[in-house]
Design a protein around this ligand. Structure first.
Ligand SMILES: Nc1nc2c(c(=O)[nH]1)N[C@@H](CN(C=O)c1ccc(C(=O)N[C@@H](CCC(=O)O)C(=O)O)cc1)CN2
Ligand SMILES: [Mg+2]
Length: 296
């Protein structure tokens, strides 16, 4: 039976470490400011945005949520972003994804100043990640949260065989970069990877990270005994219950460690968002902080 990686617990520890960082910043009269933009009325996004605001307030980050109707023009969102880019009280800006169909996600990502790009989606920050730049720059919070989980669980990465399934800008692509940066050998699989090759590569993996949006794609026969399995998928089924991209009941007896859904990677996304917000604020005010995740 696998050891369960408890994302709720690790996220709680991370939030406490971030709160301590906020207290350090308060000593310099710095209050980190986060602006969250939500366009439209997607019910899941509404919950995530509300939870971001609440979590921010709890650790002492000043959060403002800006809500717009789904028919807002792309130019209007970009004008608001320009205003926030120029606002010294705002350290971090994010636009909740997904956006309505008529908006181009890339235009929005590029409008956010790279210095306030708390999601790490701006091409300048993505470029730094792939150029293996040192020092702080924002990285997408879900894959960064996965790295925190792996560190917290003392999962060895150097020399290990890691397989990432899914190549989104939000998760899979930055996950690939983060794992290789820590000296894992990484394969990035996607929907054009033939099934037979996917099964073959997965069966050799020491670490599996899945972010595809395909419910229960990963089966028992895909996992070698003792592998670490990280499930980023959150799929809401017709009866309302959530399942991941991993067939948890089948894989859990085989894996060495596994994340559940819910209560795995999901809670880490918001805790890591707070961590990145505080790091941006510290950078804007030339304050050096100890890394939050190193204190958990
Ligand atoms: N601009 C962004 N948009 C989106 C991001 C992001 O990082 N930046 N990530 C996701 C949504 N997301 C945060 O925004 C998020 C997803 C899931 C959770 C979470 O805590 N999930 C719970 C289950 C909650 C539920 O019932 O649905 C869990 O897994 O335990 C938090 C944040 C897409 N958009
Ligand atoms: Mg401030």
């Amino acid at each position: 039976m696998a050891e369960l990686i408890d994302g709720r617990l690790i996220a709680k520890e991370l939030r406490a470490a971030v709160k301590a960082q906020v207290e350090v910043l308060q000593g310099y009269n710095v209050v980190p400011g986060l602006a969250v933009i939500l366009v439209g009325d997607d019910p899941a996004s509404e919950i995530y945005v509300r939870n971001k605001g609440r979590a921010a307030e709890k650790v002492g980050v000043a959060a403002q949520t800006i809500r717009y109707a789904a028919d807002l023009s792309e130019a209007e969102v970009i004008a608001k972003i320009a205003e926030l880019n120029a606002d010294p009280a705002i350290d971090a800006i994010l636009v909740q994804s997904p956006l309505p169909e008529h908006m181009n996600e890339q235009h929005i990502q590029e409008a956010i100043s790279p210095e306030k790009d708390v999601d790490g989606f701006h091409p300048e920050n993505v470029g730094k990640l792939f150029a293996n730049r040192h020092g702080f720059f924002p990285v997408a919070n879900t894959p960064r949260g996965v790295m925190t989980m792996l560190h917290h669980e003392h999962v060895e990465l150097a020399g290990k065989n890691a397989v990432v399934v899914g190549r989104s800008v939000l998760v899979g692509t930055p996950m690939f970069a983060l794992l290789q940066r820590e000296n894992a050998t990484v394969s990035l699989l996607h929907k054009y990877t033939p099934d037979a090759l996917r099964h073959q590569l997965l069966r050799q993996a020491d670490i599996i990270v899945v972010a595809t949006g395909v419910p229960e794609l990963i089966k028992a026969e895909d996992v070698q005994p003792g592998a670490v399995v990280i499930d980023v998928g959150i799929n809401r089924m017709e009866d309302g219950h959530l399942v991941g991209d991993v067939d948890f009941a089948a894989v859990e007896p085989i894996a060495g460690k596994i994340t559940p859904v819910p209560g795995g990677v999901g809670p880490m996304t918001i805790a890591t968002l707070l961590e990145t917000t505080v790091e941006l604020a510290a950078q804007h005010h030339d304050v050096t902080l100890e890394a939050g995740w190193q204190n958990i």
